[in-house]
Design a protein around this ligand. Structure first.
Ligand code: NDP
Length: 336
């Protein structure tokens, strides 16, 4: 059994020294548990926060313990009536080749319905985040302009496409020409490269009627360019701030919080943060039905970036925070 542990907490950008790889025995399931063989491991930006000691909405990972995340795995041995060897499940587990899970905590997948990897991406947590945050907080109306950054990732690509399904205009922001070209292929009305020196002007030209919904995934210089373009009563679902996750101190002044609060006041902005779990009870069933339908009829497309081999997970996570991934980042730990 190979496992990737958190060796030390990063200061700023994580490095390979923050991880260690060790091998040990395959665990034995107890009553009501299953032994799982990991097929796919999901890598997500929130994992950076959990590598730090600071308390957030999710508890920090422990130093000396495996990194954790969403996985798709095959049941190898079962001590529960609900699951049999050969079943494929969605679970939460360690970065390891084998692990034990409580059977009632995992969800059985139907490989005939959709490729099992989609349970970690377009049909899973990231797709759900886009759906719930956009529809519940963003509330895009036909003809309105929706802007989203990290638009080539699993959350952003779903946000833009769902905005279009709802009749809004979608403007996607991503890093580099290849991602921009893919957003155009997906049907975004405009796609922009945030690394372009003319980015702020490009955004201004792309939103002649202003911005009605800005789905915030990144913060940083993208947010700086967006704020002056927000319309009266614009909605800003604050989903993530990935541009800041590796920061060790606040950005240099001047303090711009007054400019922000003045915009919120005078434009009547709704700025509402959320963690997707708050919407699971109310929106999960509708998401599963809508997303499966959109996937089938081609109105919701997705892309996966699959890294082969558990030992490459640390480098892949480091790259995710800098835009090295192109699509939902997965590690293939073992065969499907
Ligand atoms: P992505 O696969 O989109 O990866 C993050 C992307 O962010 C990178 O690929 C990069 O893309 C972009 N990025 C990184 N740094 C910067 C920067 N300085 N400026 C602009 N863009 C940058 O990730 P996800 O789709 O999984 O997640 C997107 C966001 O949603 C994250 O902030 C994440 O934390 C958040 N999230 C929040 C949830 C919630 O419940 N609130 C749940 C799930 C995700 P590029 O090359 O285009 O720059």
């Amino acid at each position: 059994n190979t496992r990737v542990l958190l060796a030390s907490r990063p200061h700023g950008e994580p490095t390979s020294d923050n991880f260690t790889i060790e091998s040990g025995p395959i665990p034995t399931p107890g009553e009501g548990e299953v032994l799982l063989r990991t097929i796919y491991l999901s890598l997500d930006p929130y994992m950076r926060g959990r590598m730090s000691a600071a308390k957030s909405y999710a508890a920090p990972f422990e130093v000396g313990e495996p990194m954790q995340g969403g996985i798709v795995a095959e049941v190898v041995e079962s001590r529960a009536d609900s699951l049999r060897p050969g079943d494929v499940v969605l679970a939460y587990g360690g970065w390891q080749t084998y692990g034990v899970a409580v059977a009632s905590h995992v969800r059985k997948l139907d490989p005939a319905q959709a490729p099992v990897s989609t349970a970690l991406g377009v049909l899973g947590m990231p797709g759900f985040t886009a759906y719930a945050g956009l529809l519940e907080i963003g509330k895009p109306q036909p003809g309105e302009t929706v802007v989203v950054a990290a638009a080539a990732g699993p959350v952003g690509s779903a946000v833009g496409q769902i905005a279009r399904i709802k009749g809004a205009r979608a403007v996607g922001i991503a890093g580099g020409a290849a991602k921009v070209a893919w957003l155009e292929e997906l049907g975004f009305d405009v796609a922009l490269d945030h690394r372009s020196p003319t980015f702020a002007d490009d955004l201004k030209a792309a939103v002649p009627d202003g911005i009605d919904v800005y789905f915030e995934n990144v913060g940083g210089h993208v947010w700086d360019a967006v704020l002056p373009r927000l319309n009266t009563y614009a909605r800003v679902p604050v989903c993530g701030l990935v541009a800041h996750y590796n920061e060790t101190e606040p950005p240099a002044g001047p303090d711009r919080s007054v400019r922000l609060m003045t915009s919120i006041l005078t434009k009547g902005l709704t700025v509402r943060g959320f963690i997707q779990t708050e919407f699971v009870k109310t929106h999960q069933a509708a998401f599963q039905a809508d997303a499966a339908g959109w996937l089938r009829d081609g109105s919701l497309r997705h892309r996966e970036d699959v890294v082969e081999g558990l030992e490459h997970a640390p480098a892949a996570l480091i790259g995710l925070l800098k835009g090295k991934n192109f699509g939902k980042l997965l590690v293939q730990v073992g065969p499907d």
